[in-house]
Design a protein around this ligand. Structure first.
Ligand SMILES: [Zn+2]
Length: 305
């Protein structure tokens, strides 16, 4: 059976692996993401050799999910707030010196949405929105059974939907984006503001404190839920999707995030549209990006793109 490789580049980790035609994972591994582009290319070259040695049959194609705004016409990441060394870098020539089989690049959240659609919680639906909430907020949209890339490739940036017009400045240049209001960093900041203390704390630690009954920690998640609910209601009224899947590290705190988010969404969306849409936790989570990238490459080979 032919195999496909997928790479999912994040701000801290590079996940990679091999999947078969049905999206079943045969091998997966991860490495630390180097900040400099030359180091990233050197790492990709080594990992590609490693992947090839794992597959008993030939790897037919490779998919890459990179963070940032990916231009379809220029085949470059134009702007990557979480991985600045990718900005405007000529990816294709550099990757073609490393990868000798056909390969495709797209935005990491688009690839994760495609992974959930083909092999995860979105299987069998026609329209799907995936939101990944972690250090940043990524999203990808499937419409009528196809990845919705938009005219230039920039669609599905729900992380940069304004949900709080008077909120903080965002790295994208906007203000009060969904990303600035619900990211792991903001949840940690909510907590320190509520406690009126200055401390270096992670969202994971805020989650641990919430579980122990710390009311400020629970409130830190509740504040994020309010803004997440605003974004989901807008998404539901705008697209009327079959399903919205929520993934990313912050969703580990589902119990403190999801019920209030659903309440806020229900309050703001059309009742019929809300009831028509299922909002769930993403099912393949951290692997969605690499599975999606590999299956995206498979799809492009088949359609002769
Ligand atoms: Zn933004």
């Amino acid at each position: 059976m032919p195999l496909y490789a997928g790479f999912d580049l994040g701000g801290t980790q590079l996940k990679y692996g091999l999947v078969d035609e049905r999206g079943r994972m045969l091998y997966k591994e991860k490495a630390s993401s180097p900040a400099a582009i030359e180091d990233l290319l050197r790492l990709l070259k080594n990992l590609w050799e490693d992947i090839k040695s794992k597959g008993k049959t030939e790897v037919k194609a490779v998919g890459f999910g990179f963070p940032g705004i990916f231009s379809l016409s220029e085949q470059k990441i134009l702007q990557s707030p979480n991985y600045p060394s990718l900005d405007n870098f000529d990816l294709l020539p550099a990757l073609s010196r490393i990868i000798e089989v056909p390969f495709w690049v797209d935005n990491d959240a688009n690839m994760a949405a495609y992974g959930e659609f083909k092999a995860g919680g979105g299987k069998g639906v026609q329209s799907l929105v995936l939101l990944t909430i972690g250090t940043g907020v990524g999203s990808g949209i499937i419409l009528e059974g196809k990845l919705w890339q938009g005219k230039c490739g920039f669609a599905g940036e729900l992380g940069h939907l304004t949900v709080n017009p008077k909120g903080e400045r965002c790295r994208c240049g906007g203000q009060g984006c969904l990303e600035t209001e619900v990211s792991a960093l903001k949840i940690a900041k909510n907590y320190t503001l509520l406690k009126k203390i200055e401390m270096d704390i992670s969202a994971e630690e805020v989650f641990r404190r919430a579980r122990k009954g710390d009311e400020a920690a629970q409130q830190a998640f509740a504040q994020a839920s309010y803004y997440l609910g605003i974004a989901l209601a807008a998404t539901i009224n705008f697209l009327n999707p079959d399903k919205i899947l929520l993934g990313g590290g912050v969703m580990s705190a589902e119990d403190y995030l999801l019920p209030l988010t659903l309440e806020e969404t229900r309050r703001r969306a059309y009742k019929a549209s809300f009831e028509c849409c299922s909002i769930e936790r993403a099912s393949i989570g951290n692997d969605a990006g690499l599975i999606g990238a590999a299956l995206w490459a498979k799809e492009q080979v088949k359609s002769g793109q």
